[in-house]
Design a protein around this ligand. Structure first.
Ligand code: UTP
Length: 295
């Protein structure tokens, strides 16, 4: 069985829900406390043993490439000023030379198309996909758990979360088969079924381990929902010839592509931080008593 060594981060979306901020800043670079959203997701990939990061970028996303590069002037200035802790922090986060690759999607034709753009960089091996605006927080990372499941099942592994059974029509839903390792086998996948037709309430969330055959499928994939080339449609086709298993994630998921999820992530990660936690709680209590909604 081939090891999962590479991860794809599709960062070419327009981020329209965060306009006007995303006119000039990619949504993946918005900060949760003091790190860009993308850093949390890259940390999760590295914890899972991923050693090559592949970013599918687009116009206005050059700052992501800069972020993962060494900023020589900044490092020199920090060294001159004796800021060793800050230097060490940057050093710890720095991908090793040659372990981060970037390719452009050219036009935002959908998530499936963005993944297809990474085909040459991935090559003929299984790979992970992490949706870079979803921060998934747990004691052991979601992708690390998925890699453990993959080592038992091979094939394809996706993360799922239990959704409100009345809201299955908002998500891709999987059918639950027998338990295996820390997950279960998938008996089928349906895109946005009505609650009465849904095979379960396990919805597909933002992490995937897929076999490279997905690329041939995506190459000829017709446009689907939203007039975009959808990854889920490609996976439905792949599931006709290959096995899928699911890892049911039970940690906290923050959808930083939405305003509410992004703000929740900021509050949660501030509360995890012993250096600012008490002050943040005090400030929030005061604000909640005094701030009224705008007219
Ligand atoms: P979303 O639909 O959540 O992202 O896509 P978006 O289009 O950037 O956001 P809104 O809805 O306009 O606010 C899920 C993921 O797929 C990537 C996005 O960057 C996001 O990480 N994506 C989407 C691409 O890389 N290319 C695309 O053409 C579409």
């Amino acid at each position: 069985m081939k090891k999962v060594r590479k991860a794809v981060f599709p960062v070419a979306g327009l981020g329209t829900r965060f306009l006007p901020a995303t006119k000039a800043i990619p949504k993946e670079m918005l900060t949760v406390v003091d790190r860009p959203v993308i850093q949390y997701v890259v940390d999760e990939a590295q914890e899972a043993g991923i050693d090559h990061l592949i970013f599918v970028t687009g116009r206005n996303k050059g700052v992501i490439e800069d972020y993962f590069d060494i900023q020589v002037e900044l490092s020199n200035t920090l060294a001159e000023r004796g800021k060793t802790a800050e230097l060490q922090l940057l050093d710890d986060l720095q991908p090793k030379p040659g372990t981060a690759s970037f390719t452009r999607q050219q036009a935002p034709l959908g998530l499936g198309h963005a993944i297809w753009c990474a085909r040459d960089l991935v090559g003929n091996e299984p790979f992970a996909i992490l949706l870079p605006d979803m921060i998934m927080q747990a004691e052991k990372g979601c992708l690390a758990e998925m890699v453990a499941l993959y080592e038992k099942t091979g094939g394809n592994v996706i993360s799922v979360e239990e959704c409100d059974p009345q809201e299955t029509n908002k998500y891709g839903i999987v059918g639950k088969g027998g338990d295996v390792g820390n997950g279960f086998r998938i008996t089928g996948m349906v895109e946005k079924p009505k609650p009465e037709d849904a095979p379960s309430n396990y919805s597909i969330s933002g992490r995937y381990i897929l076999q490279p055959e997905i690329f041939d499928i995506l190459a000829t994939q017709e446009k689907g929902a939203g007039n975009e080339i959808q990854l889920t449609d490609g996976m439905l086709k792949l599931a006709e010839s290959q096995d899928f298993a699911a890892y049911p994630f039970t940690g906290r998921t923050f959808d930083c592509g939405s305003k509410e999820g992004f703000i929740e992530a900021n509050v949660a990660f501030a509360l995890y931080r012993p250096d600012i936690r008490d002050k943040v709680i005090g400030n929030m209590e005061r604000l909640m008593q005094t701030v009224k909604p705008a007219e």
